[in-house]
Design a protein around this ligand. Sequence first.
Ligand code: ZN
Length: 141
Amino acid sequence: MGTKFNKIVSTQMESAAKKAYPSECCGILVGKKSEKGEIEITEIREASNQFHGQKSVHFQINPLFVYHLEQEIEASGLEIVGVYHSHPDCPAILSKEDEKYMVPGLLYVIMSVKNGEVVDVKSYNKTMPLRNKSGVTKSPA
Ligand SMILES: [Zn+2]
């Protein structure tokens, strides 16, 4: 499964991360998924960090923002393909909390920001739950 980022998208994400520093930035990745599971990101939508508390280690996206975005992009044949956020002064690896809220099928991009500069960008996805023979959905251990 591959992911295509165009240069404009990468630049927009990075500038959002720099602007939010030392808080976490967050937003939605909009694009298309092919039948083969390839993701093409065509644009990003910056969301405000709704977390009430320490915004340098947490982020929260308003569900209404996501809902309205879905309605808006549906007409143009696009969909929400992922979520991005930044880790100010921390490596671009998933935190326990990030892992907890991951949804299968979505791409998660994390940017590490140090001294206001993006130093690393990594993307993750949660594997789909496995199905056993009886058809009961089980998550991998
Ligand atoms: Zn995180």
